[in-house]
Write a protein that binds this ligand. Structure first.
Ligand code: FES
Ligand code: FES
Length: 177
């Protein structure tokens, strides 16, 4: 799309219908407008739209929907980390960026990663709990995937050794006849 040179990414995304990108302060203080720009969480109110030319942009609704929520979004709901919900899209984006680079963060690392996201409702305790919950669920899912991969590899190995045995038997049977 064509944009004015001074167009701000926050307004451009909202004009395109991505209203999950929240307009809180417009001065880079609240984190409500956070999006992933090539995998990095940035405040979209501090980025010109043309600076995002050719970049991958992911907003909260790009991670998951009401019907198919992302693990992080589900964890925020399950941990009671959402009250008015205004800060939540930015919190979810900052959490995604954190867990992508550090899947097992300490509480201090979680608080540090979310220090640019302000919440006026929750007092942050449940938000930290939500990030821990998401980290443990994602770790569980990835170890289940690992198990499934190694089970299927073991299955393939057993299958192929059975085939070797069977073909050995046939040779033997063939030799006897
Ligand atoms: S609206 Fe961008 S940081 Fe507050
Ligand atoms: S839930 Fe209301 S601002 Fe965070």
């Amino acid at each position: 799309m064509a944009v004015e040179p001074q167009a701000v990414l926050l307004h451009t995304l909202r004009d395109l219908g991505y209203t999950d990108v929240k307009n809180g302060c417009e001065i880079g203080e609240c984190g409500a407008c956070a999006v992933l720009l090539d995998g990095e969480a940035v405040n979209s109110c501090m980025v010109l739209a043309m600076q995002a030319d050719g970049a991958d942009i992911v907003t909260n609704s790009g991670l998951g929907t009401m019907d198919k929520p992302h693990v992080i979004q589900e964890s925020f709901a399950d941990a009671g980390a959402i009250q008015c919900g205004f800060c939540t899209p930015g919190m979810v984006i900052s959490t995604k960026a954190l867990l992508d680079r550090n899947p097992d963060p300490s509480e201090a690392e979680i608080r540090d990663a979310l220090s640019g996201n302000l919440c006026r409702c929750t007092g942050y305790g449940q938000i930290v709990d939500a990030v821990k919950l998401a980290a443990s669920r994602l770790a569980g899912a990835s170890s289940q995937r690992e198990d499934a991969r190694s089970n299927s590899k073991r299955g393939r190995e057993l299958d192929s050794s059975n085939r070797v045995l069977e073909s050995g038997d046939q040779t033997k049977v063939g030799g006897e006849s």
